[in-house]
Design a protein around this ligand. Structure first.
Ligand SMILES: [Cu+2]
Length: 233
């Protein structure tokens, strides 16, 4: 099953093996709380040859970007992704992100993750749940596992997309995981407003996912051009 996927991924990088081995167990390993340091959000530039044109700026030197995007008709939160143009290689963070099961809910309701980043599905309450995850475009199932009390399951998404998260034991439970290969993604507020703290100046495609609606917008971010209006209301 997907446990094997995780193990394969784990072998790709030294240091992941321990975590993968632990998280396929039914009880979370206490030592997993201390993961490796956070990787920079932007891939390192080569040191042997200078980049011909605009190289990514180091993290911490970017711009604060704010804006508004359309809200969804179904009440789900809008997600805004900034894809660099032209596309640049992006190393996914090694630190995991987590979707919890608590109070008969998935938390957060929308989780952002990168392709190749560890994603943890944890059960924090005294109730047996399961987690069934499928791509909303292809309807293809990513995995379907039970999450015993206190248990954590680790998954690496291979493909960017929006995934629905369901618990078949409690049909009222639902959430989404938005998986990207982009360095910047944000979940908007209920009114469609969003913010990014540290964006390198340059050209991007802003991809807006508002419920089932997806739109793409060509934008340029530069000093003095950091306010985005991405269509609709
Ligand atoms: Cu459940």
């Amino acid at each position: 099953m997907s446990c094997g996927q995780s193990a394969l991924r784990a072998r790709r990088k030294t240091g992941r093996l321990h975590r993968a081995a632990c998280f396929v167990a039914t009880v979370a390993c206490a030592s997993c709380g201390s993961g490796p340091p956070v990787m920079p959000a932007v891939m390192e530039t080569p040191t042997t040859a200078p980049a011909a044109t605009a190289a990514p700026e180091p993290a911490g030197t970017g711009l604060q970007v704010t804006g508004t995007a359309p809200t969804s008709l179904d009440g789900s939160l809008t997600v805004v992704v900034l894809e660099p143009v032209p596309a640049t290689p992006f190393e996914p963070p090694e630190d995991p992100v987590q979707m919890d099961q608590l109070g008969m809910e998935f938390l957060p309701p929308v989780l952002l993750a990168n392709v190749g980043q560890p994603v943890h599905f944890h059960n924090s309450e005294d109730v047996l749940h399961n987690v069934r995850v499928y791509n909303i475009d292809t309807q293809e199932t990513a995995f379907n596992i039970s999450t015993p009390i206190g248990g954590t399951y680790e998954h690496y998404f291979d493909t960017a997309g929006t995934y629905r998260v369901a618990c078949d034991i409690h049909p009222a439970m639902g959430a989404s995981v938005v998986v990207t290969s982009a360095p910047y993604a944000a979940v908007a507020s209920r009114d469609g407003s969003f913010a990014f703290d540290d964006v390198a100046a340059g050209s991007y495609t802003a991809v807006v996912q508002a419920g089932a609606e997806r739109s793409r917008h060509a934008i340029t971010i530069a000093p003095g051009a950091t306010a985005l209006t991405l269509g609709g209301t």
